[in-house]
Design a protein around this ligand. Structure first.
Ligand code: ATP
Length: 588
């Protein structure tokens, strides 16, 4: 398949913000995609060449891309950088410089989807001495046969920043329309996708298959070849992470009981990090965060304790790993142990300094059998049967089962006294729903006024703060429009270097280091950055405001901590902001 076709779709997608129009564009394209190209097309549409859980990365910086653009266009690196300054987007730079060149060349070979995919994969596998040169060459090779808009998307794919806005839900629905409905029409005037003049209500089989496999390529292939019946057969597989089930919030037990029914399970809400533990039939144990990043190497202690103390041939369990202080016997806040998630060296030292306890609270697969649809009380009983507890190493999540507010309150106090964040309330007969913020699992904590937001912009400081990015614009996620919307700007809570007493404090220096490589464009002192750095932000109040695209603004926002365990998909949503706003008005 010619890459030109894919580039045209990217371009069309970037020209509309209507979700259904995007879905229709994608569905049309998928219908015309032959089976042999499907894997490449699906991954490239997601802006990647490896599946989500694959650890391989391309390792291409903007600097290397400048070299590749220079090599393929004949422009000097200086010219490339100058054009970049003018256009503010490295993809457009490639497009404009190569456009000029292709007008002066008579013909060149057509670029194929396969070539782009293969070369980008090769980029990831070139390592060691001379690797940078090889990476540049591989991209330059693609650019040499790329025409205008193709160059834009080759470069954007290389940098992992497609900027065409294909949300997962849109791709999922497009697969549904293309392969399950097949015969559909897009009514442009009404902005509606229709089958025989009627809308279609979701694609339950597709959702279930994606929930279980988390694998768009697999699911698209099955939908294309076998339709809905094939999708029903998709099951979870140990070794392949699936999205975790998430909770909703309440403000007190009365509200909590109303949601999950009485009696329910009231568990500790530990302030650690979520870990999905997989053991395959070969005995391989692997750990994944809630963002599906593999962290097996960082936690040899957890691997060992699972091997020794969780009985079973193969399983997937859901747990929280919480730091504890062996002296005080209390749990430590997440912040204290967060460095263990990223650290790739000195693991043995860190393991001793910052030990974690694994508290198992759910199970998704056990010895050949998927458990997602079994009621929670049965899954919990299974957990109790297979975990051989050893406090401070591995435990079953402490809990009570009750329908009495007084008893629940008592347990809540006990949980806080032990150093936890609050409690979780869980409906006893609920299934496990991967990836959803469900009403069957509820959290209750004393302070709820923090939001998880992503930094989308910043400002270069002046005077004493020049050379640093200060004042950060943050965004939440509008799940209706599937886009980020801004909600405020903060600078408070970040330390000047000399103020930073503990080694873990976040400084302007540190923030600048994190954000600088993510700069997409600049105008005056303001920069726009790629939305990757997720932060937890405290505030006094939410107000309505036209200054930000969410329509809301935070009063006195203040930085609490970095959330390296969070991605854009975990952000506070606009509807959560709306609920918090309404609630605050109710209280006020
Ligand atoms: P928060 O910022 O409040 O931790 P969150 O956005 O991480 O919330 P939620 O789904 O809202 O995620 O809250 C559940 C999280 O709490 C889980 O992801 C998990 O890491 C943690 N947790 C601690 N104890 C439990 C428990 N007993 N059951 C489920 N999750 C727990």
């Amino acid at each position: 398949m010619d890459y030109e076709k894919l580039a045209a779709v990217y371009d069309a997608l970037s020209n509309t913000s209507k979700r259904l129009e995007k879905t229709a564009l994608l569905a049309d394209f998928l219908q015309g995609t032959p089976a042999a190209e499907l894997e490449r097309v699906i991954l490239l549409l997601q802006g990647r060449v490896f599946p989500l859980w694959d650890k391989r990365v391309l390792g291409l910086s903007e600097k290397l891309l400048v070299k590749a653009i220079a090599a393929s266009s004949g422009a000097s690196e200086r010219q490339v950088i100058d054009t970049w300054r003018d256009l503010g987007d490295i993809g457009r730079v490639a497009e404009s410089l190569l456009e000029k060149k292709s007008q002066s060349t008579l013909f060149s070979e057509d670029l194929t989807v396969k070539a782009v995919f293969d070369n980008l994969r090769k980029v990831a596998s070139s390592e060691g001495k001379g690797a940078m040169g090889t990476k540049v060459k591989l991209v330059a090779q693609l650019l040499s046969s790329a025409k205008g808009v193709e160059a834009r998307y080759v470069v954007r794919s290389a940098i992992g920043d497609l900027r065409v806005g294909i949300a997962e839900g849109t791709l999922r629905d497009a697969i549904g329309w293309a392969y399950l409905v097949k015969d559909y029409t897009y009514d442009e005037e009404k902005n509606a996708l229709l089958k025989d003049g009627e809308p279609v209500n979701g694609f339950p089989e597709l959702r279930a298959a994606l929930d279980r496999s988390n694998d768009f390529v697999l699911v698209a292939r099955i939908a294309q070849e076998q339709g809905a019946s094939g999708l029903r057969e998709v099951s979870v597989v140990p070794g392949k992470p699936l999205k975790v089930m998430l909770a909703q919030k309440v403000i007190d037990f009365e509200e909590g009981f109303e949601r999950v029914g009485k009696p329910c399970a009231v568990e500790y809400k530990m302030d650690g990090f979520r870990v999905q533990v997989h053991k395959s039939s070969e005995g391989d144990i692997r750990l994944f965060t809630r963002r599906l990043e593999e962290v097996t190497e960082q936690f040899p202690d957890v691997v060992e304790v699972v091997r020794e103390r969780v009985v079973g041939r193969e399983f997937i369990i859901d747990a929280e790993a919480a730091g504890y202080d062996p002296r005080t016997k209390k749990y430590r806040p997440f912040q204290d142990i967060s460095q263990r998630i990223r650290r790739k060296y000195d693991i043995e030292t860190l393991k001793k300094k910052l030990p974690v306890e694994l508290a198992v609270f759910d199970i998704l697969f056990y010895d050949g059998e998927e458990c997602l649809d079994r009621p929670f009380f049965e899954r919990r009983a299974l957990v109790e049967r297979i975990v051989r507890e050893r406090p401070q190493h591995v435990v079953v999540m402490p809990r009570v089962v009750t329908g009495e507010v007084a008893e629940a309150e008592e347990f809540y106090k006990e949980s806080l006294a032990a150093g936890n964040e609050g409690v979780m309330l869980k409906k006893l007969d609920a299934p496990y729903q991967p990836g959803s913020r469900v009403g069957t699992m509820i959290k209750l904590k004393p302070v709820m006024d923090t939001l998880d937001l992503v930094i989308v912009g910043a400002e270069w400081g002046t005077g004493k703060r020049s050379g640093w990015l200060t004042s950060y614009t943050v965004a939440c996620f509008d799940e209706q429009q599937e886009e980020l919307v801004t909600i405020g700007r903060f600078g408070t809570g970040i330390k000047e270097k000399e103020e930073a007493v503990s080694g873990d404090a976040v400084t302007f220096d540190g923030m600048t280091e994190r954000l600088k490589p993510l700069i997409r464009s600049a105008s005056g002192r303001d920069v726009v950055v790629r939305p990757e750095v997720v932060v937890e932000v405290k505030f006094e109040e939410i107000q309505k405001s036209p200054s930000y695209t969410s329509g809301y603004a935070l009063r006195f926002p203040r930085f609490v901590k970095l959330r390296p365990d969070r991605g854009v998909e975990d952000l506070t949503t606009l509807s959560m902001v709306e609920t918090a706003y309404e609630r605050q008005r109710g209280r006020g």
